[in-house]
Ligand binder design. Structure first.
Ligand code: LFR
Length: 474
């Protein structure tokens, strides 16, 4: 039996469990379980199926044991902003409504009537997205005050899954910052903001930073598994865990590429200058109270939806190949337009956009995906220009991490568009970041710096250089 830690990394489209352990100074990871995650419709709302996700955590833990691992600890990360509310008996008062549900339409503007945009930004450092928790809670306040009145505990998705494992209720720091309700300087719930919104402050739990030990499994679970393990907090916001795996360098911009593309740099302090507000950059809380200064831009969600709209006839690799073979096709869309958040049919939405903007309408699967890839690269370029403008400096390299880093066509396109050197990998950055945070918590890795060196030495990276630059050198 190999002693390990388990990382449960749940994204919007799939969940994966990895067993990780150190061997000869390197981190080994093994995928032990994988499953699909998707949004389901419940009472007119788009929701996540939390009971199914919990069942997958239990299954994955059993499987890890069957594959010869003895887990010492487990850490869970998921997407951000979504939550559930519990009543005084710790029963669920709400479904886990997805951030893609239109219930928050118009809520941001209503909140701005109570608290100015500038003040919200100066205190929280968080970018404005209509689905942030603050606007979801405001929707409840407006349309279902009876639910908010009964709520005794506010738990975000990983907090709730941790609660099911341990019986302990706590809010984890990195994910809590995505609510836009945590003060960027005190790192605590901003009671003044909550007061102004008229939202019950008492339901928020104590905030614990990554690397904290939450507790052991509930007795019934440890007897079911036949072993006990610690539930440790990684950065429970997946992007927070992913960025633990980036190259430590002052010259590098990261792109965490998955359902979303998160483009930015890491700092020791939040940057809340006017330009950052104008460009809608965020300062999300990270491990060791670092801040991710980044822009949330559209990611592979559009491709995931296009794949679904073609009835899963093609794989992601097929799409990349077809796009590459498409050749001369140059229509692009503004990927960050809200119309692409949850359209009825992504292919039709892309076609409609091209038609409305008098461009050639993409018809074949290759044309549709080439249009999306080109548009993504264009949006990355804009975000990078904005970072360089705010920093008043040029960054030399880009580190693409996450599942999207396996898309060689997109990597090359990023290198060609930005004329920067692109380092691609690790593709499992989130699970790796989750694991090394646990290992720091357990005292098996000294600190974050050491963890980043270990990641760099343990996983391969591919380099992509601009074709224009290379041709210029010949
Ligand atoms: C990525 C991510 C982003 C967050 C979005 C919605 O998976 O966590 O960081 O803005 O999902 O929660």
């Amino acid at each position: 039996m190999v002693k390990c830690s388990l990382a449960m990394d749940i994204g919007a489209s799939s969940g994966k469990m990895f067993a990780g352990y150190m061997e000869n100074g390197k981190l080994n990871i093994k995928e032990v379980h994988r499953f699909e995650n998707k949004i389901i419709k419940k009472d007119e709302h788009f929701c996540w199926d939390l009971q199914a996700l919990y069942a997958e955590i239990v299954t994955g833990t059993h499987v890890s044991r069957d594959q010869g691992f003895t887990p010492k600890s487990i850490g869970i990360d998921t997407w951000a902003v979504d939550f559930v509310l519990l009543d005084e008996k710790d029963e669920l008062l709400t479904d886990a409504v997805s951030y893609r549900d239109p219930r928050t339409d118009g809520m941001m503007e209503e909140v701005f009537q109570l608290i100015s945009k500038e003040r919200l930004y100066l205190e929280t450092g968080i970018q404005f997205q209509k689905f942030n928790t603050i606007y979801q809670l405001y929707y409840l306040k407006k349309h279902h005050p009876e639910i908010l009145n009964k709520a005794k505990s506010f738990l975000m998705i990983p907090d709730y899954l941790n609660y099911l494992l341990t019986g302990k209720k706590a809010n984890e720091y990195t994910n809590a910052t995505s609510t836009q309700l945590v003060n960027a300087f005190t790192k605590k719930w901003d009671k003044e903001l909550l007061g102004q919104l008229g939202i019950n402050k008492e339901m928020f739990m104590e905030i614990f930073p990554p690397k904290s030990e939450l507790g052991k499994l509930k007795p019934e679970l440890s007897s079911e598994f036949g072993f006990d393990m610690q539930v440790l907090l990684p950065a429970t916001h997946d992007t927070g865990s992913a960025v633990v795996s980036v190259l430590e360098s002052d010259d590098t911009i990261f792109i965490s590429s998955g359902t979303w593309s998160l483009i930015g740099v890491e700092n020791n302090f939040p940057i809340c200058v006017t330009k950052a507000l104008d460009y809608n950059f965020t300062n999300e809380g990270g491990i060791n109270y670092r801040f991710r200064f980044l822009k949330n831009t559209m990611g592979l969600w559009m491709i995931q939806e296009i794949k679904r709209n073609y009835n899963d006839r093609y794989s992601f690799a097929d799409f990349a190949k077809m796009a590459e073979e498409t050749g001369d096709f140059h229509s692009t869309v503004n990927v960050d337009d809200d119309r692409f958040l949850k359209p009825k049919n992504m292919i039709e939405e892309v076609q409609k956009y091209c038609s409305e903007t008098n461009q050639v309408i993409p018809k074949t699967p290759g044309q549709v995906t080439k249009c999306v890839f080109d548009s993504l690269a264009k949006s990355y370029q804009t975000a990078i220009n904005q970072i360089e403008e705010i920093y008043e400096k040029e960054f030399k390299t880009i580190n693409v991490i996450g599942g999207g880093s396996q898309n060689e066509m997109l990597n090359q396109l990023i290198a060609d568009t930005t004329e920067k050197e692109v380092f691609a990998g690790p593709s499992e950055a989130t699970a790796i970041g989750n694991l090394v945070s646990q290992l720091i918590g357990l005292g098996e890795i000294e600190n974050l710096n050491k963890a980043r060196q270990i990641v760099k030495n343990s996983f391969e990276m591919k380099v992509f250089r601009s074709k224009h630059k290379t041709e210029g050198l010949k």
